[in-house]
Design a protein around this ligand. Sequence first.
Ligand code: KG4
Ligand code: ZN
Length: 344
Amino acid sequence: MIVLGIETSCDETAAAVVDGARAIRANLVLSQLGEHAPHGGVVPEIAARAHLEHLDGLIAQAMREAKVGFADLAGIAATGGPGLIGGVIVGVMTAKAIAAARKVPFLAVNHLEAHALTARLIADLPFPYLLLLVSGGHCQLASVEGVGKYRRYGTTVDDAAGEAFDKVAKLLGLPYPGGPEVERAAAGGDARRFALPRPMKGRKGCDFSFSGLKTAVRHAVAALPEPLPAQDRDDMAASFQQAVAEVMEDRARRAMERFADEHAGIAAPALVVGGGVAANRHLRAVLTRAAERQGFAFLAPPPALCTDNAAMIAWAGIERLRLGLKDALDFAPRPRWPLEELGA
Ligand code: KG4
Ligand code: ZN
């Protein structure tokens, strides 16, 4: 079962070919960083035009690398939302056009579900499992009960985790996207230098909050010399990353307790992370230890499958096809599409 995946919901144009035996035959990501960098963030109009310009060529290249033709495809999966609507429309229209011309099933994949199912592309992982999804637009803990079946344990009440990394990077004079930059700076910094808050740590439930932490960083930076000395910048990055890690560890621990309670029969429960922020090595290390303490296996896709990619879209398409699911060609792209609204 060979599926072509297309991802265009943010600022990466991506195309991939994956098969049912979990082989990633091609996985191409074209970042638009250079086009957005002068604006300090993603400009939706620029993103949509760049997707339009590059997607056809990227699909052709992915098909060539995978050595498959359209006749070999069991399905064409494209991100149907949530995301920047101009880009989502480009991906969905392209997928529908190929599907209609080649009479191949079309699959509209929920981008969050694709992040959630990536762990099953890299490992033999049965349902249910506990998911920590941390990306630029989302931050949630959920029990993944099956394809299309999610139960939310907690979410952020303000900013997403990646958004916090991106905003703090800006405060520190680091370029967009901030996550990898903050991680790099933190590697040379002292995490004990600045006392930053740990929002939500110790509270009941599994919700997150990051806006207070970001504000604390802003105030602390304002009290430092200008321009910000490199060591101060690195110490702040390390202190911030440590605060985020402690909050996530605390929230994940509570979620593991709840998951274990609700799934008493499971012998080997697993904590799975996904989304761009899950590429962060410090977070991965902290969560690995937290999972170990709770008797959970810890699963994190390789960083290139944590950040946005099309292999995860193709894989989510395979998971849906296996259940006999496909979408009609009148599917309407969705700017908002929470996981809980998915029904298998
Ligand atoms: O999943 P993703 O590629 O796109 C969304 O669906 O949002 O996540 C992008 C987010 C950005 O906010 C980026 O700064 C963050 O993930 N990110 C990281 C790291 N790599 C990417 N955050 C922390 N550490 C990283 N190494
Ligand atoms: Zn994403």
